[in-house]
Design a protein around this ligand. Structure first.
Ligand SMILES: [Zn+2]
Length: 82
């Protein structure tokens, strides 16, 4: 799963910057934006909101992997501002 998230980051399918908001809830059976597997109602889902009105959902573990990766490749914020 790790490599899927890495590949998505490399190809720009996943944002490389931190979200403005994130919260946890239970899954609804929709696909995880990290590993593409469904997040079941019995699993915790992490929803993350970005400034550009993009919302992604992850498994808790996928969110942790993604966040660790973007922290590693952290780049200065250039797309912020009004
Ligand atoms: Zn996942």
């Amino acid at each position: 799963m790790d490599s899927t998230i890495e590949r998505k980051l490399a190809t720009g399918l996943l944002p490389r910057h931190h979200p403005v908001k994130s919260w946890a809830g239970f899954g609804t059976g929709e696909s995880c934006d990290g590993c593409d597997q469904p997040i079941l109602a019995t699993e915790v889902e992490y929803e993350v909101d970005f400034a550009e009105s993009l919302t992604l959902r992850f498994h808790v573990t996928c969110e942790q992997i993604w966040r660790a990766l973007i922290t590693q490749i952290a780049q200065p914020a250039t797309s912020e501002g009004a």
